[in-house]
Write a protein that binds this ligand. Structure first.
Ligand code: ZN
Length: 366
């Protein structure tokens, strides 16, 4: 199995400042590092190197996306605004989304990294790919950046695949702990993209990601949300995959699957209240790989989103990438077994009740 890997040092130079995520800065609590800082991404990349798995991956060099490529998803006003803030040297894309000098160019490199990963999979250069890109993208809508996201990397890559490579049916499975509201909004009336998001119920954005948000117009039925209760662990996620995600993919029959991949559903993440561990993510990756092999020649592209535990994101990322390329490094996650013994790791009745409701949506895919 050939797995592509996208990374660039500049991804870590995107400056989110130390404003306690509040803009403008306030003199209330001592400023600290922004949650969306380079550290988790750098540490994941470092573990890939130290574990030796990088030698088993195919390096895919990113390029900057063009304004034309961005414009397939974003409005000219939004693109110009991000560029203006970046050229000025500091500012906030909306709320909670600070950027600094050069962030515009780095965001182009992130979107272009997603495009390059997509192209490598479509052309058969690799079987699947993981794009460790930054800034993230799944909260950005057509006309606004939010939730640490400037441009919608996954959506830009999907439009590229459709318009330049002729793909007609692409599915997204977003396992970031927050709702993939941007991806949902961009494809909400579009039946060519099945958007599935599993997330902590009503976490971020507020009042976003309910089961009732099922698409509109021609896209009715092609948006599925699984708003899991706080405290959901590997059992609930696996049940949601078995009963919602995999049946939905089987019904939709995508030509390629995109995973906006956040590791902030882990049991030790500061930004979420879920209980996933690395073996839980590994299992989800395995299920998606099996579905992709059955439905679309194994074509699977993951684009990095959130994940804020400096000590744990690397283990989750390594587990997923081990599954993608089929190579085990032998690196043990020292926390996996400990977390596996926590209470609530299996699917709980109040969690399966939500999954049951979401499962009803599968039949709406026509
Ligand atoms: Zn997130």
């Amino acid at each position: 199995m050939a797995t592509g890997f996208v990374f660039h040092e500049l991804y870590l130079w995107h400056n989110t400042w130390n404003w306690n995520q509040v803009f403008p800065p306030s003199l209330t609590v001592q400023p600290g590092t922004h949650a969306e800082n380079p550290e988790t991404k750098r540490r994941l990349r470092n573990l890939l190197e130290v574990s030796g798995i990088l030698d088993h991956l195919v390096t895919i060099k990113p390029r900057r996306a063009t304004v034309e490529e961005l414009s397939r998803v974003h409005t000219p006003a939004h693109i110009a605004r991000i560029r203006e803030i970046s050229d000025r040297g500091y500012g906030d894309a909306s709320s909670l989304t600070p950027l600094g000098a050069g962030s515009y160019e780095i965001a182009l490199l992130a979107a272009g990294g997603a495009i390059k990963a997509m192209e490598a999979v479509i052309t058969g250069q690799v079987d699947n790919a993981y794009a460790l890109i930054r800034p993230p993208g799944h909260h950005a809508t057509a006309d606004v950046g939010m939730g640490f996201c400037l441009f919608s990397n996954a959506a830009i890559a999907i439009r590229h695949a459709q318009q330049l490579h002729g793909l007609t049916r692409i599915a997204t499975v977003d396992w970031d702990v927050h709702h993939g509201n941007g991806t949902q909004a961009i494809f909400y009336d579009d039946p060519s993209v099945l958007s599935i998001s599993l997330h902590q119920d009503n976490l971020f954005p507020a009042n976003s990601g309910a089961i009732a948000e099922n698409g509109e117009g021609m896209g009715k039925g092609f948006n599925i949300n699984v708003p899991l209760p706080p405290g959901s662990g590997p059992g609930a996620y696996a049940a949601a995959f078995e009963r919602v995600v995999i049946p939905a993919l089987a019904r939709f029959k995508p030509e390629l699957i995109v995973v906006p991949s956040g590791f902030d559903a882990s049991g030790v993440d500061p930004m979420g209240r879920m209980l996933m561990n690395s073996s839980g993510y590994r299992r989800l990756a395995r299920m998606l790989l099996d579905a992709a092999r059955e439905l679309c020649g194994g074509r699977l592209v993951m684009t990095h989103e959130g994940g804020y535990s400096e000590m744990y994101v690397p283990y989750c990322g390594l587990a997923v990438i081990e599954e993608l390329c089929g190579h085990r490094t032998g690196v043990e996650d020292p926390w996996d077994q400990l977390m596996g013994q926590w209470g609530g790791m299996s699917a709980q009745p109040h969690q399966t009740a939500i999954i049951d409701q979401a499962a009803e949506l599968v039949k709406n895919i026509n």
